[in-house]
Design a protein around this ligand. Structure first.
Ligand SMILES: [Zn+2]
Length: 353
């Protein structure tokens, strides 16, 4: 990810905490052979006023209770433990611990658990929790852009809702379906075209993998294009470079992000190849006011570097971080005396002046 979300966006997690408390209570009382309170008494008192009218929740809790029929105390502990571990989101992503998926629990409870927690996720909207989380993220993050691709813009709160991704997919880890620590606003393309139902914890071959935790990212990923090769691209129409995208840091977490969201592929196809020529045009317009006359090779070289620096200052906004990487690469080749590249840049700059 290019930047993370504020951890404060996960603090309004009372509904998830209530749900897990109810499940633990049901499992514990059943193990002890004690009477399980009926609705709404089964809801902890401090949450009851907010939830007692939610009959959909009542019905699904009843189905869950009935699905425990015939299970042993070992089975009940198994369910409780799976629920606790599925919600160790940051530790699961970093590889510090593991959890069981729903497929490893007794068959009778699988459907009821998925139905209960999927319904719980939908209730986050009705309870205002989802919108509060999004509003806080929107207000506290420096860019109103999807941090997974750096390109999709986020609409303001109160507009049509952006996608809210289950980072640990709900079909396998349903106990985390309503946990704000597992829910991350995401651009619709990243969510619906790329991440889909991929398991962030395991790759397609079933190997365990590590990922960054979106609510605890200190330094976002940096992009370097310095190893790209000018004029070696595949377009017959435009003098495109063959792009070499290097991520910094080159960590396993970054590799997972690239794999899950197809970052490199999308950058090359949808941004770098598509926008390279228009970015050169923008640079030439900028040069009209910025390059002192008489125009010399030395001044154009300086201008490439200054343009890259000024783009870098704009960060993620308007893909400026990618423009910064492109123009730093061009500056390097220009300074090294790559004559074909010098001719291209000079033609663009001087031709417009
Ligand atoms: Zn995105």
């Amino acid at each position: 990810m290019y930047f993370g979300y504020p951890i404060e966006a996960t603090t309004g997690n009372w509904f998830h905490e209530c749900m897990t408390e109810v499940i633990i209570t049901i499992n514990t009382l059943r193990k002890a052979g004690q009477v399980i309170p009926e609705w709404p008494e089964i809801i902890p008192e401090h949450y009851r006023a907010s939830l007692y009218t939610r009959t959909g929740l009542k019905d699904r809790l009843k189905v869950y209770r009935e699905s425990l029929e015939g299970l042993s105390n070992v089975d009940l502990d198994h369910i409780s433990n799976a629920m606790i571990m599925q919600n160790e989101i940051s530790r699961l992503l970093s590889g510090e611990c593991n959890c069981e998926s729903i497929d490893e629990l007794p068959i009778s409870v699988r459907g009821p658990i998925i139905d209960l927690f999927t319904f719980g996720f939908k209730l986050l909207t009705d309870l205002g929790i989802r919108d509060s989380q999004y509003q806080l993220i929107y207000e506290r993050t420096p860019y109103h852009v999807c941090p997974f691709c750096g390109c999709e813009y986020f609409d303001a709160p109160k507009g049509p809702r952006e996608a809210l991704d289950h980072y640990l997919v709900e079909s396998k880890y349903p106990f985390a379906a309503a946990n704000l620590k597992n829910l991350v606003p995401m651009g619709n393309k990243c969510n619906s075209r790329y991440k889909l139902a991929q398991d962030i914890l395991y790759d397609n071959e079933g190997h365990r993998r590590h990922s960054s935790y979106p609510y605890n990212i200190v330094n976002g990923v940096q992009i370097s294009l310095l190893r790209s090769e000018p004029f070696e691209g595949t377009s017959s129409l435009f003098p495109l470079p063959r792009w070499q995208v290097d991520f910094e840091p080159a960590s396993e977490e970054v590799s997972t992000w690239d794999t899950v969201f197809h970052i490199e592929e999308r950058l090359k196809r949808d941004v770098l190849d598509s926008d390279f020529m228009s970015w050169l045009g923008e640079f030439s317009v900028w040069c009209r006011d910025s390059v002192a006359r008489p125009i010399s090779q030395e001044r154009i070289s300086e201008a490439l570097l200054r343009y890259s620096d000024s783009m870098k200052e704009n960060g993620i906004k308007d893909r400026a971080f990618l423009k910064a990487a492109v123009f730093l690469m061009l500056h390097n080749y220009y300074q090294q005396g790559n004559q074909r590249l010098i001719d291209l840049v000079n033609g663009v700059v001087i031709g417009r002046m």
